[in-house]
Design a protein around this ligand. Structure first.
Ligand code: TXA
Ligand code: MG
Length: 350
């Protein structure tokens, strides 16, 4: 299949003919990768079972892993869900449009192909202007998982989408580097006390400030193999670079010292070090990449790009600093530890 490429400029908005072209592809059951504020999505018509099948095929994704329906306004919600709980209204008032996905009981028009056979459906209204314009023009809820090959880090640029999906989808819309960089927070509002199924940019504290108590899905921390995460996608090894990665956590100087020591055991071109703008210069040996700045809070945005870059450099092992103090640490540490297959070394204070 030939893949087309168009550029979306946030300052100018869509060219009318390009927007109509992309919307038409969606309406006729084709696939369009488009930028959102979190990561790039691979969009298809969420009400067409055939489109859902194409999405699974293009990503190589297991078909029991449900898709998120993206809408452009609150008015589109009642048609696709069976009921809207009061707490969901409060959450939507506070966080939509934005990086928050809510789980509802599904409406009858939503096919099981989209929900991976579940009676619930995930819905999100993105904040990205261009994403909302595209969904509105398509006139259908747009099913969109992250636009990566299943198991690879989610795409934060259109080039990442190209690496994974070129020749497998109809169109890629290039909107540059995304603003956030990790996927939306997923919250199950079908339960009395809402449950966070995937941590994201909107933190537990922010949610509790508007709705009161929420729970974290106990399957999330990955330590107990008998407790499965409730979001089917969270059970797969995911976000993973090809190299084996270990995270080192502790006081900064001790972490740097320990990572230097570990890296010495490998040839410089085969060992990757995931550092920050503040610490990158402390490592004399290995392929050192800065994921971003702790001080300027750009770790979230740089994480997936850095993991992909290690793949390009062909490193065999990666040692990573840890980011437990960042205000987005729930999301960052969740993705980092998944990428590391939960391998972490804790250093004690001297
Ligand atoms: O930020 C995001 O949410 C991005 C952008 C493109 O919007 N999308 C995204 O989609 O991350 P995806 O498919 O990569 O991740 C969706 C996650 C999966 O872990 C899936 O299992 C879970 O949502 N999910 C979807 N529907 C669900 C449902 N009904 N119940 C529980 N989990 C669900
Ligand atoms: Mg994904």
């Amino acid at each position: 299949m030939d893949t087309e490429w168009i550029c979306f400029d946030a300052a100018k908005g869509y060219q009318e003919d390009e927007l109509e072209h992309a919307a038409q592809i969606l309406r006729r059951g084709g696939l369009v990768a488009f930028p959102t504020e979190t990561v790039y999505g691979l969009g298809g018509d969420g009400l067409q079972p055939e489109a859902a099948k194409r999405i699974y095929e293009a990503k190589g994704r297991p078909s029991d892993n449900p898709l998120i329906l993206h809408i452009s306004s609150r008015e589109e919600l009642p048609a696709i869900v069976a009921e809207i709980p009061k707490k969901a209204e409060i959450l939507m008032d506070a966080f939509w449009p934005g990086p928050m996905t809510l789980i509802f009981r599904k409406g009858r028009c939503v096919p099981y192909e989209t929900t991976g056979g579940l009676d619930t459906v995930a819905v999100r209204m993105p904040e990205h202007e261009g994403a909302r314009q595209l969904i509105a023009r398509a006139g259908v809820p747009v099913a969109a998982p992250s636009a990566n090959t299943s198991g690879r880090p989610s795409p934060t640029t259109a080039e990442h989408v190209k690496e994974d999906l070129w020749g497998r989808i109809d169109l890629i819309i290039d909107g540059g580097l995304v603003g956030i960089g990790v996927e939306s927070t997923i919250l199950d509002v079908t339960e009395e006390i809402p449950v966070i199924l995937r941590p994201g940019h909107i933190t537990r504290n922010m949610i509790e400030a508007v709705t009161g108590k929420v729970r974290m899905d106990p399957g999330l921390d990955g330590r107990n193999p008998d407790v499965k995460p409730k979001a089917p996608g969270m059970k797969y090894r995911h976000y993973a670079p090809q190299a084996q990665m270990t995270v080192v956590e502790g006081p900064s100087e001790a972490v740097i010292h320990r990572i230097c020591q570990l890296a010495e055991g490998y040839p410089s071109e085969k060992v990757g070090i995931l550092a920050t703008d503040e610490t990158a210069e402390c490592y004399p040996h290995g392929q050192v990449l800065s994921v971003g700045s702790r001080e300027r809070h750009t770790i979230e945005q740089g994480l997936y790009g850095a993991l992909r870059e290690f793949d390009h450099r062909g490193v065999e092992v990666i040692f990573s600093e840890s980011f437990p103090e960042d205000e987005r640490s729930e999301a960052i540490m969740n993705r980092l530890l998944k990428a590391a297959g939960q391998r972490i070394e804790y250093l004690r204070e001297e």
